[in-house]
Design a protein. Structure first.
Lengths: 471, 94
């Protein structure tokens, strides 16, 4: 086994047994990045110097014969909308092209406390707005499985970095599928935690009632390790909570798995459907009970999401004014011109589109018809899940209706692109945790199974994911 | 269909400087998306409460006390334009 193929636990054992040092591990990954990333473009910045320094510190601890935490000395990557103090944080936007993070995101603080090594910051759709990775102001990330195809977004670089062995694991963020979707397209494991399970302090906000940070990794165990490290209440994020549903003695025999019929409809690739159904059958063979269920408001989720999200974006992105930080275009005249030019030129096409949409939907006379209405439909979507979770333990669905599509294939067709979130969006609107688990391939293109749990039952859905590989 | 003037007005409210071409593009795209939203008309929402957050969060309070300077120095250093430690903007009062 090559040093870059190791999971967190394996790499940790290697470090503890002195088979290799953290510096050696780190250099192997940096070498991989040098070799591969000019074609893939997973990283917006590689922080070789600080990474090697972090690795040396861990090697010193090992040399002194002291114990190290499991993440110590293990190289990871961080999506470039999560702040690492002192490093550039661009959100893949021109408006933040030279912005240096003035403080540390809580999740990063937690990783650093465990002595993690950060290799660099990963590419994304600008401000995490996109389903393909193509909206990055600095160029798209390409899928390591097929360089002519997208990685899925918005955590495009994080998924690609893990898939191409350029990091052991990565942090991403998920608003309507931005961890699960690229995880599915790139064939890695991704976890979107329950809304509130992980602090968002230091995450560049997109749609605050939906945004959540989570891990992308090579194995389910790795996802669990990273999630356990970053989870929990943080006084800097008032929406975070300390909730954990203990997963005592999960039994696959008799476990009730719901399969929502609205997720197996026209528009889903036949091969994707087949692979996902076969994966579900595998659980049936292990003794689980498969039950068809209905989530009747599924079809309204995308319209609901595309009202709520832009409204929240228009408010959240008002802070990029060209005055306090980031790109400034002085113009020739008054202060108004500074705003108009800095924002007009600093923000990309999709970002501006969503700001206009949100501003429109929130403007006088339209609030009830759009935002308030969408919030009410959101209640119905949430209740759909609450009702089925009275009958079943977990839900299983495809993550995406298709495998990775070609670069440029959907970028010109807005609605097609927006509909990518059709199976991941409803879960986000309900605030539920979900795993994207690779369960098959169409030729060389991975397909993900989505396992959705009740609020704060991450441990359970991860445990269920693990059973897939063990059987 | 949403009018060109409406898009211009919205863009100004959002402080986005757009070219005429861009306005026209967004006019078409916005209309397309707003048409898609019509779908929600089918849903009966009478008596349904809105969801603003998917989990219930109560008010979270803390003591209003200073925790030192924090990142203030770094924030000042990231001003695009400044005089000493003051943020510099164009004159507003003529």
């Amino acid at each position: 086994m090559k040093i870059q193929d190791l999971t967190i636990a394996q790499a940790h054992q290697g470090l503890v047994n002195k088979e290799f040092s953290s510096v050696e591990l780190c250099k192997a990954y940096l070498e991989k990045i040098r070799e591969k990333d000019k074609d893939i473009f997973a990283f917006l910045s590689v922080t070789e110097e600080t990474a090697l320094k972090q690795a040396e510190e861990v090697d010193d601890i090992i040399k002194r014969g002291e114990n190290i935490p499991v993440l110590a000395g293990i190289p990871c990557a961080v999506k470039d909308n999560i702040m690492v103090e002192g490093l550039k944080c661009t959100a893949a936007s021109k408006i933040l092209e030279n912005y240096i993070a003035p403080y540390e995101a809580t999740v990063v603080k937690k990783l650093k406390k465990e002595k993690a090594v950060i290799l660099g910051k990963t590419n994304l759709d600008e401000f995490a707005m996109g389903a393909s990775g193509e909206n990055s102001a600095f160029g798209p990330t390409k899928n390591p499985c097929d360089l002519t195809r997208v990685t899925g977004g918005s955590s495009s670089g994080s998924a690609a970095a893990v898939a191409a062995d350029m990091a052991v694991y990565a942090l991403g963020s998920d608003t309507a599928g931005s961890i699960r979707y690229p995880a599915s397209f790139c064939g890695v494991v991704g976890l979107r935690p329950t809304y509130g399970a992980v602090s968002r302090f230091g995450l560049i906000a997109m749609a605050s009632s939906l945004d959540q940070i989570g891990p992308l990794a090579k194995s389910i165990d790795d996802c669990q390790i990273v999630f356990d490290t970053i989870r929990g209440k943080d006084q800097m994020d008032s929406t975070s909570v300390d909730m954990r549903v203990e997963n005592n003695g999960l039994k696959i025999k008799g476990l009730k798995i719901g399969v929502p019929k609205e997720y197996f409809v026209k528009g889903v690739d036949k091969e994707v459907e087949k692979i996902v159904k076969e994966a579900i059958k595998k659980y049936e063979a292990m003794g689980a009970k498969i039950m068809e269920v209905s989530l009747p408001h599924t079809d309204y989720a995308i319209a609901t999401y595309y009202i709520i999200m832009p409204c929240e974006i228009s408010a959240n992105l008002a802070r990029y004014d060209g005055i306090k930080y980031g790109y400034q275009d002085k113009g020739n005249n008054d202060l108004m011109e500074v705003y108009l030019r800095s924002r007009g030129r600093g923000l990309g096409d999709e970002v501006r589109r969503r700001i206009i949409l949100g501003t429109y939907a929130l403007s006088s006379g339209y609030y009830d018809a759009y935002y308030l209405k969408a919030q009410k439909v959101r209640t119905l979507i949430r209740q759909d899940f609450e009702k089925v979770f009275k009958k079943v333990d977990v839900l299983m669905t495809p993550v995406a209706p298709t495998p990775a599509f070609k670069l440029g294939e959907k970028i010109k067709d807005l609605l097609q692109m927006y509909l990518c979130d059709v199976f991941t969006g409803p879960v986000s609107l309900a605030g539920l945790p979900a795993v994207s688990l690779p369960v098959g391939k169409i030729d060389n293109l991975p397909v993900g199974l989505q396992i959705i749990g009740k609020p704060f039952e991450e441990d359970k859905i991860l445990e269920i994911s693990k059973l897939y590989g063990n059987n | 269909m949403i009018s060109k003037e409406e898009v211009q007005h919205i863009a100004k409210l959002a402080r986005l400087g757009l070219t005429d071409q861009e306005i026209e593009k967004y006019q078409k795209e916005l209309s397309l998306i707003l048409d898609y939203f019509e779908k929600l008309k089918e849903v009966n929402i009478s008596g349904i409460e809105p969801t603003s957050h998917s989990i219930k969060v109560e008010n979270v309070l803390r003591k209003d006390e200073s925790k030192g300077k924090g990142s203030s120095r770094k924030l000042i250093e990231s001003f695009p334009d400044r005089k000493e430690d003051y943020l510099k903007v164009k004159s507003i009062l003529k």
